[in-house]
Design a protein around this ligand. Structure first.
Ligand SMILES: [Fe+2]
Ligand SMILES: [Fe+2]
Length: 228
């Protein structure tokens, strides 16, 4: 891509074209899932990222083989929903009990000296509850409405309202995730941290990575398809 094409493209659309770009934006602290509607130029300006550096990072990626990275843009809405439920909802449901147990244990042992561990335990618990309700809403109401909307106009209007609700819920969850990153110093445990402490932070970092792709696939790919 030319420099101008990259600068004028929307961040979310670039990630939709090639999911590997998610990592580049993440490295520069640029939000591609909930804030993916802005152009690369604007994102660089807001984050103080040198445009040339980001352009090179994206073009370097284009030169390497895509490998097993899925090209999600060509997927149907139905296939996307099945993929999201199986891969991302499945991952969240598997991770929640493990992270909750780690966070409780680490807060109990080290919380008196490291008060942020109490924050991690409490805020993760809130986020987990919100995610469980949100995924149930998508699976039981929103995704069936998107399926039906393809043939039924009334269902289409109903789906439109629910899309707004889902986007607001994504913003709320992403805000807690950002707070967790902040209070944990970018998920960096102290040198003396025990294995469980390190595992907690490593799991949180993975949870964040998955969440960003998950929300991107919904906000910027699935919901855009549902609206057209
Ligand atoms: Fe979801
Ligand atoms: Fe969602």
């Amino acid at each position: 891509m030319t420099e101008t094409q990259i600068l004028e493209a929307r961040v979310g659309n670039l990630v939709t074209e090639d999911l590997r770009r998610a990592r580049v934006f993440k490295n520069y602290g640029i939000d591609f899932c909930c804030g993916g509607g802005i152009t690369v130029k604007e994102a660089c300006r807001r984050k103080g990222v040198p445009e040339g550096e980001l352009i090179s990072a994206i073009n370097d990626l284009d030169q390497s083989p895509a490998g097993a990275t899925p090209t999600v843009d060509g997927w149907t809405a139905t296939f996307l929903m099945d993929y999201i439920v199986n891969v991302h909802h499945g991952f969240v449901r598997k991770q929640i009990p493990a992270i909750r147990a780690f966070s409780e244990k680490v807060a109990k042992v080290h919380g008196h000296a490291q008060p942020e561990l109490d924050v991690v335990r409490d805020r993760f618990a809130v986020m987990a509850t919100e995610m469980e309700a949100h995924m149930a809403f998508e699976e039981n109401e929103l995704f069936p409405a998107i399926r039906e909307a393809q043939s039924d106009r009334d269902a289409g209007l109903q789906a439109e309202q629910m899309l707004g609700t889902a986007e607001d819920e994504h913003d709320a969850v992403a805000a807690i995730m950002a707070e967790l990153r902040r209070v944990t110093n970018d998920f960096t445990p102290p040198d003396w941290a025990c294995t469980t402490y390190k595992a907690l932070y490593a799991h949180l970092a993975e949870f964040e990575q998955d969440l960003h792709i998950h929300v991107h696939l919904e906000n910027n790919v699935l919901f855009q398809k549902a609206r057209t």
